[in-house]
Design a protein around this ligand. Structure first.
Ligand SMILES: Cc1ncc(COP(=O)(O)O)c(C=O)c1O
Length: 379
């Protein structure tokens, strides 16, 4: 059997990783400024993470959600404490798309409505309603097409105000748009969305799958804007590579047996991984580090010739160039041995390194980036 060929691949085969570094099968060492797509939050193979998963595997790896799993409660307690959402409830699942799918479903169960507002350049995953709420027609299959999603221009308060009415079930917004090229919602846009949702009894869903878990310098990116959504979705950094997703749910939503469910969500191993992540974010003050290193990098990047715009917060940074960045990314990976990310905007490079990135590691990237930019501009 062959693999279903849906991923364009880089010709690199990592076999080992530690902290912000990867090694390929030929022994080449790479700096990870991509974090496996914002997934590596606490650094590769962190010793506390390895220890907790190892120890858990020795005891019990999985049992279904038909039994008590106290690790789920420990995870909810620690997540509530670190995120400041101790009064919310937690539903565990396995991925970002699944978290968003459940969030939209829960909102609809709650208010009995069908219409969802999403925004230009949004990405919410590849399952049925999540992909329908994603602004990329090429990944929406005919069966996913629905009249229930309304796309509005991002950060446009007037358009949102005009579109909101009593038929709207939910508004879904990324804490910071990732795939779209790192676009930050303005404080007043998020505050307006909160106000309008409250007025119309619609659910405000913040998709923090990519921007959450400390990446922005606060636990969730929307916390920079002083709003409290009704549902927050999370995945990626939550398990540092172990598949886990979650939904933080306001107490106004009432749970009912069998309302939602999943076989694998909240299994013992996933919980052990997610608990280790929270322990490390807290003990190593990774939110502070993300802010400090991110602020530094953004300031330096803004001064580099050929950079059109730098967007983002903490260690979620979009660097928009005056030209497409594919050649530059190739040069960074093959000459300088540095992984970076792309985005749907061809001119925007995405940086999503582990939150443990040190100033010295940031400098390695910045020097290489400046050198490659200089070369690109001379050509
Ligand atoms: C903001 C956002 N939401 C949802 C998803 C989907 O997550 P997953 O790939 O885990 O289903 C992604 C993935 O890139 C994302 O960036």
């Amino acid at each position: 059997m062959k693999l279903f060929d849906v991923y364009p691949l880089l010709d690199v085969e990592p076999v080992k990783a530690s902290g912000c570094w990867l090694w390929d099968k030929n022994g080449n060492k790479y700096l990870d400024m991509y974090g496996g797509h914002a997934v590596i939050s606490i650094g590769h193979t962190h010793p506390h993470y390895v220890k907790l998963i190892d120890a858990q595997l020795e005891k019990i790896g999985f049992y279904s959600n038909s039994v008590r799993i106290p690790l789920q409660e420990e995870l909810a307690q620690k997540l509530g404490e670190l995120s400041g959402y101790g009064d919310f409830n937690l539903f565990l699942c396995n991925s970002g798309a699944e978290a968003n799918e459940n969030a939209l479903k829960l909102a609809s169960f709650h208010n009995g409505r069908k219409k969802i507002i999403s925004f230009s350049k949004a990405f919410h995953g590849r399952t049925s309603l999540a992909v329908a709420a994603t602004d990329n027609a090429s990944i929406v299959a005919p069966v996913n097409e629905t009249e229930n999603i309304l796309f509005l221009p991002f950060n446009d308060e007037t358009a949102l105000e005009q579109a909101m009415n009593e038929s709207i079930c939910a508004v879904i917004i990324e804490g910071m748009q990732g795939v779209g090229g790192v676009h930050v919602p303005t404080d007043s846009f998020l505050q307006k969305a909160k106000l309008l949702c409250e007025k119309q009894n619609a659910a405000l869903i913040l998709d923090e799958v990519q921007s959450g878990y400390g990446r922005s310098g606060k636990f969730f990116a929307h916390q920079h804007s002083n709003i409290k959504p009704d549902i927050i979705t999370t995945a990626k950094g939550m398990g540092n590579g172990f598949p886990i997703g979650g939904m933080l749910i306001s107490p106004k939503f009432k749970a009912k047996h069998h309302l939602l469910g999943t076989t694998f969500g909240g299994n013992h191993l996933a919980c052990a991984a997610a608990i280790a992540v929270l322990d490390v974010i807290k003990n190593e003050k990774l939110m502070m580090n993300a802010k400090a290193i991110g602020d530094y990098m953004i300031a330096v990047l803004k001064k580099i010739t050929g950079v059109k715009e730098v967007r983002g917060r903490g260690l979620m940074i979009g660097v928009e160039l005056e030209f497409p960045c594919d050649q530059l990314r190739n040069e960074l990976i093959f000459t300088h041995k540095i992984f970076t990310g792309s985005s749907s905007n061809k001119n925007t490079l995405r940086l999503l390194p582990p939150l443990t990135l040190s100033k010295e590691e940031a400098e390695i990237f910045l020097h290489a980036f400046a050198a490659v930019m200089k070369k690109s501009l001379v050509k």
